[in-house]
Design a protein around this ligand. Structure first.
Ligand code: FAD
Length: 432
């Protein structure tokens, strides 16, 4: 029965990759030297490249696969202020001043995306559609209500509650006990953003090469010698932009980034009446589960893109697809017979403090650890770290000023993932 849920010709690659315009990279022999070498051609690397190339620095962006192969062409396209810990938690950890600055920069990441889209002409289909965040237990609705009433010391406080009785105007499901709307969260057309960013980076003078894996980075008296699968390059500065795909290239970072699989399905095209009834708004959607579901319509409003973490450990997207379909159907029973056209996964870069980080160690720059919320943050911190590499920006980001923790015995393989998922799953059932 289950296998029948896959549409004929279904694909195990991201829906976005099917519809994204193809960017042809100029043929590029590896240059012997460059001013800045960026490892990774996703949002972080390309936004950094816009800055360094824009300032006239020789900028070489290398990706082990093709540019956009990582999360930047796999994600859900949901854009928010991106911080997981509450203001109270941040203030307790770092003091009120730094907590405020972290929140201000989170807001700046959202503003940056608006500016990229409006002023820099980067196509991303950015729409301020708002987010509906559903309460999967009654007491969690009351908790959201309290949070809504308390407001936020930094962010706009025009969030509002939607009680269960008024849910039909937001979402065609009985599964939530109401929810909260964040009006300024946005949706992005993932298939448009990365190709447009890549074109802009190329037009700014960055040289971009795919199928070129960086194998090692050796520090010299001045600058670095970088060994790649295609040869050796000397560079003044290195920017590590590998996030959830950070391997052993920099063991210090590897010990601080936790690669965790996130899984998505796209449905086949649905009848317009079904879409309009189940999804009367174009909002991005999520809920109060710790193992969160994130979902939305495709930009053409024809498919549901439904994502989440459904396995204890990493699994084949074919297996996760069936579980995601089951969970989607629990929310929307009439989608029970709708088939899956695409199923895919990607590795998000988590951190032990559930915050993103940036920093520099004498010419080696890094931004990453977006904890699954990197559409805006990878773009913004990529830009900040790129500016820093130009030498023009001297003020460190707040995300450079917080400690970047690891744990004893952690070397890059999250052996604790399955037990953690199990605990979260239990907490979700109990609503704690
Ligand atoms: C399924 C899924 C859903 C998501 N949904 C959302 C969402 O809705 N909203 C949101 O804000 N965020 C979301 N995210 C997270 C977001 O997509 C990422 O945080 C963001 O794309 C990170 O961009 P990046 O450039 O840092 O990394 P990536 O885009 O992952 O790029 C890293 C690149 O580094 C390259 N690389 C690695 N090692 C080497 C090497 N040694 N040499 C050369 N190249 C190397 C890889 O090939 C890869 O292309 C999601 C992620 C996934 C997987």
């Amino acid at each position: 029965m289950a296998r029948e849920l896959f549409a004929d010709g279904y694909r195990m690659t991201p829906y976005w990759q099917d519809i994204a315009p193809k960017v042809t990279l100029p043929d590029l022999a590896l240059p012997p030297e460059t001013d800045v070498l960026i490892v990774g051609a996703g949002y972080t690397g390309l936004n950094a490249a816009l800055q360094t190339a824009g300032e006239g620095l020789g900028t070489l962006v290398l990706d082990a696969e093709h540019p956009g192969w990582g999360c930047s062409l796999r994600n859900g396209g949901q854009l928010s202020t991106s911080l997981k810990p509450s203001f109270a938690t941040l203030a307790k950890r770092y003091g009120k001043e730094l907590a405020t600055q972290l929140c201000q920069e989170a807001q700046a990441s959202l503003d940056y995306m608006h500016a990229l889209s409006r002023e820099d002409g980067i196509e991303m289909g950015l729409r301020e559609v708002g987010r509906f965040h559903g309460a999967h237990k009654p007491h969690l609705y009351r908790k959201l209500e309290q949070e809504c009433a308390a407001g936020h010391p930094v962010w706009k406080t025009d969030t509002f509650m939607v009680p269960k009785a008024e849910m039909a105007a937001e979402l065609g499901t009985d599964a939530y006990h109401g929810g909260i709307v964040f009006p300024h969260h946005c949706s992005v057309d993932v298939s448009a953003y990365h190709p447009s960013l890549l074109n802009k980076a190329l037009a700014s003078g960055a040289r971009v090469k795919g199928a070129c894996r960086v194998l090692s980075i050796e520090r010299l008296a001045t600058g670095f010698e970088v060994q790649t699968s295609e040869g050796t390059v000397r560079t003044g500065k290195v920017i590590l932009a590998t996030n959830g795909y950070s391997g052993a290239l920099s063991p210090w970072h590897q010990r601080r980034i936790i690669p965790i699989g996130s899984y998505v399905i796209a449905t086949e095209e649905l009848p317009k009446e079904t879409v309009d009834r189940l999804f009367p708004t174009d909002r991005v959607l999520s809920d109060t589960r710790k193992l969160v579901y994130y979902y939305r319509l495709s930009p053409d409003r024809k498919r549901v893109l439904f994502g989440g973490r459904v396995s204890l450990s990493e699994t084949d997207p074919r297996n996760s697809a069936l579980k995601l379909h089951r969970d989607m159907t629990a929310l929307f029973p009439e989608l029970a017979t709708v088939k899956i056209s695409h199923a895919w996964m990607g590795f998000v870069g988590y951190t032990f403090d559930t915050l993103m980080h940036a920093g520099e160690d004498d010419g080696l720059y890094f931004a990453g650890g977006y904890c699954g919320s990197g559409v805006g943050m990878a773009s913004y911190l990529g830009m900040r770290i790129g500016q820093k590499a130009t030498g023009l920006e001297k003020t460190p980001s707040a995300f450079e000023r917080i400690p970047f923790p690891t744990r004893p015995l952690y070397t890059g393989t999250p052996w604790f993932l399955a037990p953690s998922v199990l605990v979260y799953r239990m907490r979700d059932r109990l609503g704690i």
